[in-house]
Design a protein. Structure first.
Length: 201
């Protein structure tokens, strides 16, 4: 149980893929213009991380080292296809909004990094938990970024108006430049808070 809690804490806080490792920036910046998109992308990445980590861990002793990256990509691509087709069938609006960034999960640095660094060296259960923790860390981070950008850039949360008709949205925040600025400020805030917590121990 303590190992499970430690892995969750690492994925969400101490080794967060976005705020600490700074990987997976492309889909993070591109899809975080609204909370709906952010949660959708986060859950898609979490599903693929968990499933690919589990399968790669189960097959780790059978995959030749020379073709391991190619094998990982094939496994990941299978689960990404499941996510992509499921979104098209059941959530077509979200699928259209996320566009090509769902298929691009195949080459997402977070997923490939966890496959190479963790799943290929550990058993199925720890690998599954690692996928869950890193996926939740990604989802939490992209949801925070999406909330800030949508709230200030559109005056809404999950498409629902918050500030009323008198609010003038900061349009720049839903543009690419605003994404970079917001992400940079959130990373700085996260680093500041974690550093202060470590110093207070």
């Amino acid at each position: 149980m303590s190992s499970f809690v430690k892995q969750l804490k690492e994925g969400i806080l101490t080794n967060n893929p976005i705020f600490v490792q700074l990987i997976g920036m492309c889909p993070t910046l591109a899809t975080s213009t609204s909370l709906k998109n952010g949660i959708g992308m986060g859950l898609a990445v979490t599903f693929v991380l968990m499933c690919s980590n589990l399968v790669i861990s189960l097959l780790r002793k059978f995959i030749p080292s020379k073709v391991r990256i190619a094998a990982y990509i094939v496994i990941i691509a299978g689960f990404v296809t499941i996510v992509d087709l499921s979104l098209q069938a059941y959530l077509p609006e979200l699928s259209s909004s996320l566009g090509m960034f769902i298929p691009l999960i195949v080459v997402n640095c977070i997923i490939l990094a966890r496959a190479e660094a963790f799943a290929s060296k550990n058993g199925p259960l720890p690998s599954l938990i690692d996928g869950l923790s890193m996926g939740l860390g990604f989802t939490v981070a992209i949801s925070i970024l999406s909330t800030v950008r949508e709230l200030l850039g559109s005056g809404t949360i999950y498409g629902l108006p918050v500030f009323g008709d008198g609010y003038t949205p900061i349009i720049m925040l839903i543009l690419p430049a605003g994404g970079f600025l917001t992400l940079g400020l959130l990373i700085a805030l996260f680093q500041h808070l974690t550093r202060n917590k470590e110093e207070s121990k």
